[in-house]
Design a binder for this molecule. Structure first.
Ligand SMILES: *[C@@H]1O[C@H](CO)[C@@H](O)[C@H](O)[C@H]1NC(C)=O
Ligand SMILES: *[C@@H]1O[C@H](CO)[C@@H](O)[C@H](O)[C@H]1NC(C)=O
Ligand SMILES: *[C@@H]1O[C@H](CO)[C@@H](O)[C@H](O)[C@H]1NC(C)=O
Length: 408
């Protein structure tokens, strides 16, 4: 049952850009090493994790695999049309995540979380550990995991919304703890993208679990950032985790933000980079009580929904994507001012959702829209040029797909 189905991806013909890649882009002193693979979920009825290997040159190459999660995907309802939402079926960033050599993926349609181990000799070889575990919320859309606390935490955004955590070990996931409830007044499936949980993620030191939650400006409903301290467990015993996430959190609605979406910690700081679907991106500062204030705001002209972010180690800047505009916008980690804009419209995709960065490269997912095929666009973060556009032909990846995780 842990069988992986081989899929064959057809590499797009080499473009002139791909030929320009070698020496020119091997920047001197580049500290960042290339990733080994990127992962996404199909989020289809029979949900699966698709792994795409990264070659030594940073480009996607070789055979992809698809490994069933043992759970079901689902789609939210697009509030602007009352139709099934896709692309961006889950209104979230980080529907799957990696901690160590463990991978965790949400099943929004079956209210479960699946855990896998990654074969160190072949990052596309995933083995499910145990069985998917039940989540005390409905419509889980985002997951965070920490090797420090050995906890995996899930954000749910249906009629029962909030954050819950479970310990993990080599034996798999333990039981989820009680839900830290968010009173969103949502339905299952939720009507979004506004008024939903966006992302859960840990601080770099593992001491805080954050969740971004979108408000709904049309309903005077304010979004917020929740921060929950990770504490030593009062009852460490065999099988119980040594750490727990506090049930009590700090919620702040930083002035000037409304629809907080994807986020990333900013290395070597107490700041966060967040996207806001209503205007672009922002840098948030956290005080010692985890109260967030806006340090800088970048308004992206002509944006439709700026929702996902990855920080490139090569440029030390944030790259954000928009589901309705096929471009990458690069922003400062100091104040979110716009550094560059890379128009990718020539590749024919309607827009981009989840993305990850490693080495000199950015990997961004376009699930397509049912007419256009799902694809991953690879952009050189230094030259800001597309170096690969890999259409996921012949695979089960379609407009329901969500992502994205990367193995360093
Ligand atoms: C969607 O459904 C709700 C509830 O039935 C309704 O109030 C709203 O007008 C609908 N919106 C659209 C765009 O059809
Ligand atoms: C929105 O909420 C704020 C704070 O609760 C309140 O002061 C304001 O009057 C509300 N506006 C509308 C249009 O309901
Ligand atoms: C899908 O995206 C392409 C490229 O932007 C666009 O031409 C097409 O109309 C879109 N199809 C649907 C169903 O939205």
């Amino acid at each position: 049952m842990y069988h992986s189905t081989l899929l064959f991806l057809f590499l797009a013909p080499l473009t002139p850009l791909a030929e320009a890649r070698p020496a020119a882009c091997a920047a001197k002193g580049a500290k960042a090493t290339n990733g080994k693979a990127v992962y996404l979920i199909t989020n289809d009825q029979a949900n699966a994790v698709v792994a795409l290997p990264i070659g030594q040159d940073g480009l996607l190459k070789g055979a992809a695999t698809s490994t069933p999660t043992g759970g079901a995907g689902a789609n939210g309802i697009d509030g602007s049309t009352n139709q099934t939402a896709a692309p961006d079926a889950l209104f979230s960033q980080s529907s799957l995540t990696i901690a160590g050599m463990n991978l965790f993926a949400v099943n929004a349609g079956s209210n479960t979380l699946s855990m896998f181990t990654i074969n160190p000799l072949d990052p596309t070889d995933l083995t499910m550990v145990g069985q998917p575990i039940d989540i005390p919320g409905e419509f889980p859309t985002t997951v965070a995991a920490s090797m420090k606390s050995k906890l995996a935490c899930v954000g749910s955004t249906g009629a029962i919304a909030g954050v819950s955590c479970a310990p993990f070990s080599t034996q798999g996931l333990g039981a989820m703890d009680g839900l830290r409830v968010f009173n969103l007044g949502q339905t299952t499936p939720p009507v979004g993208p506004t008024n939903t949980v966006s992302q859960v993620f840990f601080s770099d030191d593992g001491s805080t679990l954050f969740s971004t939650v979108k408000g709904d400006p049309t309903k005077n409903n304010t979004g917020f950032l929740a921060a929950f301290p990770v504490e030593a467990s009062s009852s460490p015993s065999a099988g119980a985790a040594a750490a727990v996430v506090s049930q009590q959190g700090t919620m702040t609605s930083p002035a000037g933000t409304a629809v907080l979406f994807g986020a990333s910690t900013i290395p070597a700081s107490n700041d966060l980079f967040v996207t806001d679907a209503s205007f672009g991106g922002a840098v948030l500062s956290l005080d010692n009580k985890d109260v967030a204030t806006v340090k800088g705001k970048g308004i992206v002209d002509g944006q439709k929904a700026t929702c996902w972010v990855a920080i490139s180690p090569a440029t030390n800047t944030a790259f954000v994507t928009d589901v309705g505009t096929n471009r990458l916008v690069e922003m400062s980690l100091a104040d979110a001012t716009i550094q560059s804009q890379t128009d990718l419209s020539a590749n024919g995709d309607p827009g981009l959702i989840d993305l990850r960065a490693a080495g000199n490269f950015i990997y961004a997912l376009s699930p397509g829209n049912g007419t256009t095929q799902a694809a991953v666009t690879v952009v050189d973060a230094l030259s800001k040029k597309q170096v690969q556009h890999l259409q996921l032909q012949g695979s089960a990846v379609d407009k329901n797909a969500q992502g994205m995780a990367l193995l360093e």
